[in-house]
Write a protein that binds this ligand. Structure first.
Ligand SMILES: CC(=O)N[C@H]1[C@@H](OP(=O)(O)OP(=O)(O)OC[C@H]2O[C@@H](n3ccc(=O)[nH]c3=O)[C@H](O)[C@@H]2O)O[C@H](CO)[C@@H](O)[C@@H]1O[C@H](C)C(=O)N[C@@H](C)C(=O)N[C@H](CCC(=O)O)C(=O)O
Ligand SMILES: Nc1ncnc2c1ncn2[C@@H]1O[C@H](COP(=O)(O)OP(=O)(O)OP(=O)(O)O)[C@@H](O)[C@H]1O
Length: 488
């Protein structure tokens, strides 16, 4: 695409060099730059892309997009200076891929918890209704039946537009995507045309990146601020910040609630480990998913589908047959009836929700045994809080490693231990090795007891010092169940 076309609607500060050059590729990584490509220099969290401009030029790059022009400029390279490279790159990526988001009904889901569940349920529902559909989520990206591994919750702006373009090419009519707060701050969705936005909830998370809760709220809200008037903005009225999210949106304001009068209303009538009965806008429906948090997700999915023009009754019938997304309250039951639950709860709020849900489903005096850890190189403030929550709602707790990444696993566990109240010391154990921790939890369990393995959900690896080792909580649980049965 000719550079001038690529720069359509991009606010420029200055340019130098040939503006009629053809750009065949966009990249924000100098290592990927070469002849025919445009290298966007982005100031990141670890380093400043401007430092790699010379490298990109050495490799024969055609265009440099930057905030600060280098002193020594190459004659055969075009330089485009903008105020904010990430923002400009967002607009350019949409231009480059010819605005795929305008050719789809694109719905974004944002919030601390429930994004993957809500987006995945929408994706499955729309596929079941016969639409070719796309999904961009933490667990995986998908174009109809084709699975494409995901590296981020929200891909970078180039990858994102490319994926949307592939969806259009494959005849998709809808795409459901997660919009993380990181994506908003880094302008990953700038230039996209959304048909709708959904807010799930906001609680303590990612303060390592946003620094204050206020900044985190602002990042989430900015998604709704940028929605067009033609879109819907569907919020959770039961969340304290539900209405704040919609304060400045141009989109049509819609809401859902389990407690008050929203555009879409739900009520849990009864629930068990294997499903729940709800009243949704006056219709009684049985869902395979359980727990109050899933009631919110289902209501958001139902509301969004209706706002996209689908028939309410048909939507509810089809939703009732859908199962949980991978690693979200996923059950593994042993032959001797120990109930294993693998859940991606890696925030204090999610952990509390899952444990409260389990407590609500208890029928007798079954024990709840929780195995939980916290990731390394991420928000440290949640570590003691998660340990405290685990203790408050469980009969036995095993603190263990999550993805320690580059941190010392024992140091993370010490920070978690600091949150264990003295009255709970006796029921708490620390086992660094996650495999051993899960085996120990199963060894402590009897029939009908619940072993909750929290934090890693669908992940099939454990990341230790830059290496991803094979590790799947569901698989380890199955092995532990087998061993416990052969020993008894
Ligand atoms: C904190 C964060 O969001 N980081 C993302 C960011 O990296 P960064 O800002 O640290 O980049 P950097 O390493 O400082 O480099 C700055 C620039 O120099 C460039 N560079 C660097 C080296 C070089 O030799 N040449 C070169 O050009 C880099 O390509 C980059 O453009 O930009 C990179 C390129 O898009 C992302 O891959 C990276 O995601 C990292 C891997 C990450 O872990 N992100 C997580 C925190 C994230 O985004 N999470 C949210 C979900 C959160 C949730 O809800 O759970 C997500 O949407 O996935
Ligand atoms: N609506 C909800 N409210 C609160 N907790 C939820 C909700 N939905 C799911 N959860 C809990 O949060 C965990 C993560 O759910 P989910 O993956 O859907 O959220 P997410 O927002 O996509 O998080 P991430 O981007 O980190 O994957 C689940 O395993 C469950 O414990």
């Amino acid at each position: 695409m000719q550079l001038t076309n690529l720069l359509y609607k991009v606010p420029l500060q200055s340019t130098s060099g040939n503006m009629s050059v053809d750009v065949m590729k966009l990249t924000m990584d100098s290592r990927q730059a070469g002849p025919g490509s445009l290298f966007a220099a982005i100031r990141g969290t670890q380093t400043d892309g401007h430092q790699f401009i010379d490298k990109a030029v050495e490799q024969g790059v055609t265009v440099i997009l930057c905030e600060e022009l280098p002193d020594n400029r190459a004659n055969d390279v075009t330089y485009v200076q903008v105020q904010d490279t990430s923002y400009a790159l967002g607009l350019m990526a949409a231009n480059f891929y010819e605005h795929p988001s305008q050719k789809l009904k694109l719905v974004g889901v944002t919030g601390t918890n429930g994004k993957t569940s809500t987006a995945t349920l929408l994706f499955r529902l729309f596929r079941q209704r016969g639409y070719r559909t796309g999904l961009l989520s933490t667990v995986q990206n998908q174009i109809d039946e084709t699975v494409i591994p995901a590296t981020h919750t929200t891909p970078d702006t180039i990858a994102l537009n490319e994926l949307l373009a592939q969806m259009v090419q494959r005849g998709c009519s809808h795409c459901f995507m997660e919009v993380s707060s990181h994506a908003m701050v880094q302008h990953r969705v700038v230039g996209l045309h959304f048909a709708g936005g959904i807010f799930t909830n906001i609680t303590h998370d990612h303060l390592d990146f946003h620094e204050t809760f206020d900044n985190y709220i602002k990042a989430k809200k900015s998604f709704f601020d940028q929605l067009p008037a033609s879109a819907f903005a569907l919020t959770n009225l039961d969340d304290k910040r539900g209405l704040v999210m919609l304060q400045n949106t141009a989109a049509r304001k819609e809401s859902y609630s389990l407690q008050t009068l929203g555009s879409f209303k739900g009520r849990i009538l009864s629930e068990g480990l294997f499903g729940m009965q709800m009243d949704v806008d006056g219709r009684e429906v049985w869902f395979k998913l359980t727990g109050r948090f899933n009631a919110y997700n289902l209501l958001a999915v139902y509301g969004a589908a209706v706002l996209l023009g689908e028939d309410a009754e048909e939507v509810l019938t089809q939703l009732s047959s859908l199962a949980s997304p991978p690693g979200r309250f996923e059950m593994v039951i042993s032959d001797n009836k120990i109930v294993g639950i693998v859940d991606y709860a890696h925030t204090p709020d999610a952990l509390q929700n899952v444990l409260e849900t389990i407590a609500g489903l208890r029928q007798g005096n079954e024990q709840v045994i929780t195995v939980v850890g916290c990731g390394g190189n991420r928000d440290v403030t949640k570590r003691p809080i998660m340990a405290e929550i685990a203790c408050k709602f469980s009969d036995r707790v095993i603190l263990t490693s999550d993805n320690p990444r580059n941190e010392d696993p024992m140091a993370i566990l010490e920070q978690m231990q600091a949150g264990v109240p003295p009255i709970h010391f006796k029921k708490t154990q620390t086992i660094v090795d996650r495999h051993e921790a899960i085996f120990q939890a199963v060894a402590l369990a009897g029939p009908h007891d619940v072993v909750l393995v929290a934090g890693k959900g669908h992940e099939t690896y454990q990341e230790i010092k830059g290496v991803k080792y094979d590790f799947d909580d569901r698989q380890v649980l199955r092995e532990a169940f087998q061993q416990s049965i052969s020993e008894k």
